[in-house]
Design a protein around this ligand. Structure first.
Ligand SMILES: C[S@@+](CC[C@H](N)C(=O)[O-])C[C@H]1O[C@@H](n2cnc3c(N)ncnc32)[C@H](O)[C@@H]1O
Length: 198
C-alpha cells in the first residue's frame, strides 16, 4: 500500500510534511477549550499533534489514517493507554460513530483530486461534524507544490474552498502559512477555520 510504503521508507526527517511543532495545538485549544470534546485528526499520520493534545489534557481523540504504519508510529509515541481511538481507513468512506466538535485535516484533503472524491469527503464531514462544530483544514495554496510524495495534489484558494464547503459552513478564520520542510524548502499552505452552521 502506497502510504504504508512511504512511512516505512522515510524517517520523520525525510518526510516533507513533518513539523517540528504542530502549530494547530494552540488553534484547537482556542476553538475547543473543553478537553472532553470529541476531536478527530484526519490523515493524522505520525504527527506530534495527538501527543501535544494529550499533554494539554484532551481525553476524547480520534485518529484516522489510511496507513496502519503511520498510526502505529503515532501510537508508539503516546502509549497503549492514551485516550485515542485509532481508525485505519479511507476518509472518503468513513462512517463516523461520533459527532465531532472539531475535525482537523492538515495536508490530506488536497490528495483528493477528483470531484467525486471531494464530493464524498463533503458528505462525510456533513455527517461527522456536529452543528456549531469546527472544520480546521489546511491544504497547499495556489502557489504551493503541485505534488507531494509523487502524488498530484489540488491546490486551493480561500475563494475556492469557501465555494466548495458551501452553505453548511461559514469561514471564521483564514491563515496563509509557510511550512518549512525538514531540509529547508518553503511550501505555501492555506489554513482555514470553518464553523458548521446551526
Ligand atoms: C502529507 S501527510 C500529512 C500527515 C499529518 N496530517 C501531518 O500533518 O503530519 C498525508 C496523510 O494522509 C494520509 N492519507 C492519504 N490519503 C488518505 C485517505 N484517502 N484517507 C485517510 N488518510 C489518507 C496519509 O497516509 C498521510 O498520513
Amino acid at each position: 500500500m502506497f502510504w504504508n510504503d512511504v512511512y516505512l521508507a522515510k524517517s520523520p526527517s525525510e518526510r516533507s510534511w513533518t513539523q517540528a511543532w504542530p502549530l494547530d495545538v494552540e488553534v484547537i485549544e482556542s476553538l475547543v477549550p473543553d478537553h472532553d470534546a470529541a476531536i478527530i485528526d484526519v490523515g493524522a499520520g505520525a504527527s506530534e499533534l495527538l501527543a501535544a493534545l494529550i499533554a494539554r489534557g484532551y481525553t476524547n481523540l480520534t485518529a484516522l489514517d489510511i496507513s496502519a504504519v503511520a498510526l502505529d508510529e503515532a501510537r508508539r509515541r503516546v502509549g497503549p493507554h492514551a485516550p485515542v481511538a485509532w481508525i485505519v481507513g479511507d476518509v472518503t468512506t468513513f462512517e463516523a460513530e461520533d459527532s465531532f466538535a472539531l475535525w482537523r485535516d492538515r495536508a490530506t484533503f488536497h490528495f483528493l483530486v477528483t470531484s467525486e472524491q471531494q464530493r464524498r469527503y463533503l458528505n462525510v464531514i456533513r455527517r461527522a461534524i456536529r452543528r456549531d462544530g469546527y472544520l480546521l483544514l489546511a491544504t497547499f495554496a495556489p502557489d504551493g507544490p503541485s505534488t507531494c510524495s509523487g502524488l498530484p495534489v489540488q491546490r486551493w484558494s480561500t475563494e475556492e474552498m469557501v465555494a466548495f464547503v458551501g452553505d453548511d459552513f461559514r469561514l471564521e478564520r483564514e491563515q496563509p502559512r509557510t511550512h518549512v520542510t525538514p531540509w529547508g524548502v518553503e511550501q505555501s499552505f492555506n489554513s482555514w477555520v470553518f464553523r458548521r452552521n446551526l
